[in-house]
Unconditional design. Sequence first.
Length: 339
Amino acid sequence: MTLTIENAAKTFADGTRALCPTNLTVGPGEILSLLGPSGCGKTTLLRIIAGLERPDAGSRIRFDETDVTGLAVEHRNVGMVFQSYALFPNMSVRANVGYGLKVRKVPAAERRQRVDEVLSLCRLTDYADRPTHALSGGQRQRVALARAVAPRPRILLLDEPLSALDAALRDNLRDELAAMLRQFRITAVFVTHDQSEAMAIADRIAVMSSGTMLQVGRPEELYHTPANAFVARFIGNAMPLTGHMENDVLQLPGGQLKLPAGAAGKTAYIRSENVRLDQAGSLSGTVETVTFSGGHFRLAVGGVLPDAGLLYLQHPGRTAPETGSTVRLTIDPSDLIFL
Ligand code: ADP
Ligand code: MG
């Protein structure tokens, strides 16, 4: 199914403008992530798609060719998964997953077959007869997903489904969820405030801020060609190098950086993974903090950027320079983003 959102907007009764007029198309089987900080309007848009929130006059929501804007949630055939799974704790996994089919009066034999199919896809067959209160957080999350997809909804809507889980579990489940969603081949909209989650799960990401959709694109597009400073910072924490630019040379407190032609009047951004320690580097600064994060060290270097700004870098290897030491750095101009 293709979801088409035209001019969707929402101002709440108290005057809060949660969503500015927004246009978006999600193709058949596509997984689109709505990504943005808390309060930017993600849930509001998801609830408008579901039919749980009535959008402002002039908004249009289409499922394929059908205009569903005035249609109540129970007539839209949407599957939903929320942060709080709202499972029936004393009912078995099987009964939870079959619930939506029973409500829709699907005959028992067909119901059983569909439930078995979904349980297997979600790797829940072995837990089918357990009550959901006896499951781990990750298993419950899979039950919530299985329950949402069992009635074969036209679209699956997920609102921060992983955020109630602890960090270690979340990373594994993220990849698992991505794999499961692809198996179902259902058009899906996945809300999150976590960029790594959005990148792992979505085919395309829509970055939102203050009720506005800033950019929509594949994860690598947003990473390499962000449309503005907000997207550059939000996707991959690009750091602005706000120095004085003269004849394609950027003058920073820590040294000079030769820029490619055409950079004039713009601000250069760089990501920590593209700043390297290099004894022959043209920049120098003082190591302020060093943290070890398993795969690499993360260094904050002072004295390179103006206004006491810190330049962060990732340093692979077994040892790192000490706090307080002077280091030289290099930045490949081709890694700079100009905005
Ligand atoms: P997100 O899901 O991105 O965190 P929401 O869509 O929940 O953001 O909220 C967007 C904005 O709308 C916020 O400022 C929030 O406080 C406001 N908001 C959400 N629901 C209501 C409501 N029922 N009445 C008034 N304001 C609301
Ligand atoms: Mg929300």
